[in-house]
Design a protein around this ligand. Structure first.
Ligand code: RB5
Length: 148
């Protein structure tokens, strides 16, 4: 299991908490920044993580901004990325089971550290249910249609 993680300044603290948790639990990851609370632009980090996830060897990505909204929008502009803004264990599980999300987005200012860990654990423990493939195929078709 290897995770690609990145955030803007609004997600920096939560990212730091999660990477410390990964270190403690020997979960492999690469940190794509940002590396301080200095103001940066979330699309840059959404794009970096999204591209890393597509290039492998990552199992999934985590993107964090203040709300998780902007950075999930940015990550979803990368063709092949299914970034899900999740806010509890249930949405994390369903993002994997139904949507086969390859990136989860968190809000550094809206998600507690404890909940973020529960979300990541729930996502890692869940499995995609292929009965939903028809809908994912339709998403892929939209991508083809608009070439995004
Ligand atoms: C930055 O202040 C903030 O706009 C950003 O972190 C995020 O919440 C955007 O969606």
């Amino acid at each position: 299991m290897k995770i690609a993680i990145g955030s803007d300044h609004g997600g920096y603290e939560l990212k730091t908490y999660l990477t410390s948790y990964f270190d403690k639990h020997e979960i492999d990851y690469d940190d794509f920044g940002t590396h301080s609370t200095d103001s940066v632009d979330y699309p840059d980090y959404g794009k970096k993580v999204a591209e890393a996830v597509l290039a492998k060897p990552y199992d999934f990505g985590i993107v964090i901004c203040g709300t998780g909204i902007g950075i999930s929008i940015a990550a979803n502009k990368v063709k092949g990325i299914r970034a899900a803004l999740v806010y509890n264990q249930e949405t994390a599980r369903l993002a994997k089971q139904h949507n086969h999300a390859n990136v989860i987005a968190l809000g550094g200012r809206t998600t507690t550290q404890e909940m973020a860990v529960k979300i990541v654990e729930a996502f890692m423990e869940s499995t995609y249910e292929p009965r939903h493939q028809k809908r994912l195929d339709k998403i892929n078709k939209i991508e083809e249609e608009y070439d995004v």
